[in-house]
Design a protein around this ligand. Structure first.
Ligand code: SAH
Length: 233
């Protein structure tokens, strides 16, 4: 399927933000085990350089996390790809635009992970505790024509009014899985979350079974900024 993202001529990028550089990132993701062509197409289509400060735009298609202010980071493309693959694996192979699956993201940050999911036709719900980051992310969603619902809140409570979700992604690390989030997962749904200490976490993938119980597997080691409590402007 063609990723759904609306690009202005100036969004397309040239030189270090252009198509050749993006193609190299896609090759690198393939080499590092990303297999889902839908995910690779979305990463190719969504201009990551618009999700970082202009001064960092030339580094946007390296496979690295980058600072976005307030001590936070935009995740590394490989991590975004892996988490998106894990969530998509639990969804229908062909996404019906009339009945899009609902996915909850905790930690909007730059908005990049949410944009990748929205470009895939998922109805994204995203929660961010830092108001300033959320306002900037919302501008990006609007200018790229992406359908994302967002709120300024402590994401550890999830978004119970819109539960259950077919997928949940937590993009900040915590010492343990947050129970309030797991119960907002639909039967058959997948939750992906980094779990562990401050310097490194295991990317955990949790599936909700038909009988309501949970099974989990580990997808590898990752490094995320911490999941914090409360909100700030
Ligand atoms: N998904 C983001 C990655 C952002 S980094 C992206 O694609 O850019 C993690 C984000 O989680 C930060 O913006 C941080 O402020 C946010 N965060 C941390 N704890 C949170 C919480 N309890 N609720 C909501 N957001 C949280």
């Amino acid at each position: 399927m063609t990723p759904r993202v609306r690009l202005q001529p100036e969004d397309v990028g040239v030189g270090m933000t252009g198509q050749r550089v993006r193609d190299r990132l896609i090759e690198r993701l393939r080499e590092n085990g990303i297999r889902d062509e839908r995910v690779l197409a979305a990463i190719r289509a969504v201009p990551r350089h618009l999700f970082v400060d202009e001064a960092l735009a030339a580094r946007a298609y390296e496979d690295n996390a980058l600072p976005i202010g307030h001590g936070q980071t935009i995740s590394q493309p490989w991590v975004v790809a892996r988490m998106t693959e894990a969530v998509l694996a639990g969804l229908p192979a062909i996404i019906d635009p009339a009945q899009p699956p609902k996915v909850l993201e905790i930690g909007t940050g730059s908005g990049y992970q949410a944009a990748i999911l929205a470009a895939l036709g998922v109805h994204v719900h995203t929660v961010e505790r830092i108001g300033d980051l959320l306002r900037t992310a919302r501008k990006r969603f609007r200018s790229l024509g992406l359908n994302v619902r967002s709120k300024h809140d402590d994401g550890r409570i999830g978004w119970p009014e819109h539960a259950p979700f077919d997928g949940i992604l937590v993009t900040a690390g915590a010492a343990a899985l947050v129970d309030a989030l797991a119960v907002q997962l639909a039967v058959g749904g997948t939750l992906v979350a980094p779990v562990g200490g401050p310097s490194q976490q295991a990317l955990m993938c949790v599936h909700r079974q038909e009988d309501g119980s949970f099974t989990s597997e580990e997808l590898g080691a990752v490094v995320f900024v911490p999941l914090l409590s409360g909100v700030m402007d």
